[in-house]
Design a protein around this ligand. Structure first.
Ligand SMILES: Cc1cc2nc3c(=O)[nH]c(=O)nc-3n(C[C@H](O)[C@H](O)[C@H](O)COP(=O)(O)O)c2cc1C
Length: 224
């Protein structure tokens, strides 16, 4: 499965089988986490065989069951942290999908305290979200998307790569499926803006990663 196919196949999954993660999959994920941390300066961590973080009232309220593995998205507190975690977190989500795993982004409905006792969080760092990880009891369902023309501003004719980028961005997970983002195109330069809302900077990083995969990085430049 390619990363592009993974974007189409990925949906949030909240109920997982007891099957432990395949050792080779753990190694592949850990290598990618190490690469992401090296490239970004983030402090992302993989936790396996740990049921407590998803054994809280909040997690059950969020309809999670059987979560025993997660990726904790951690980094130094600054203005760029949320967007960076969104970008690198989604890179890990899509890799997990190609390895036959399912995931769900989780900002609220998990036990933060329980998770923190299994993590190393340095002074000045913050745990922003986790990615639930495992073999789903289902593959989830596709979310409803806003129409493309409400998510971007362009003047015609729209290049094919921009269209592919937008299709990919529309497949991206966003908090509560809010899709509060706007892409615009001037020449070869693409601007992606967050329109505010709950965790929308994390969402922005996620949709930018999808856009890059769909459009092809070689076809455009990001503004700024
Ligand atoms: C930043 C972020 C935070 C999220 N937090 C939660 C959460 O706390 N609980 C939950 O059940 N789902 C959470 N989600 C999952 C979204 O509800 C889900 O991605 C969205 O409804 C789109 O569905 P899809 O992922 O199946 O495409 C979160 C998603 C994102 C991107």
């Amino acid at each position: 499965m390619t990363i592009f196919e993974a974007m189409k196949a990925r949906h949030s999954v909240r109920s997982y089988k007891k099957t432990p993660l395949d050792e080779a999959a753990i190694q592949t994920l850990q290598a990618e986490i190490d690469a992401c941390n090296k490239e970004s300066g983030l402090h992302i961590q993989l936790v396996t065989k740990e049921p407590k973080a998803f054994d809280s009232l909040m997690a059950h309220y969020g309809k999670f069951s059987g979560v025993r593995n997660y990726i904790a998205l951690i980094g130094k507190k600054d203005a760029t942290l949320d967007e960076k975690l969104g970008y690198y977190g989604e890179r890990l989500v899509l890799l997990a999908q190609t390895l036959g795993l399912n995931t769900c982004w989780v900002a609220m409905t998990f036990g933060k305290g329980a998770a923190k006792s299994h993590l190393s969080i340095a002074p000045g760092e913050k745990l922003v979200c986790v990615l639930a990880l495992g073999y789903g009891t289902t593959q989830g369902v596709a979310h409803k998307s806003k129409p493309m023309d409400s998510l971007c501003q362009t003047s015609s004719p729209v290049p094919e790569w921009f269209q592919r980028g937008m299709e990919a961005a529309m497949l991206a997970p966003t908090a509560m499926n809010q899709q509060k983002f706007l892409f615009s195109l001037t020449g070869n330069t693409v601007t992606a803006k967050s329109l505010g809302g709950f965790y929308s900077k994390v969402d922005l990083g996620i949709v930018k990663y999808h856009f890059e995969v769909g459009a092809g990085k070689e076809n455009f430049n990001w503004a700024g």
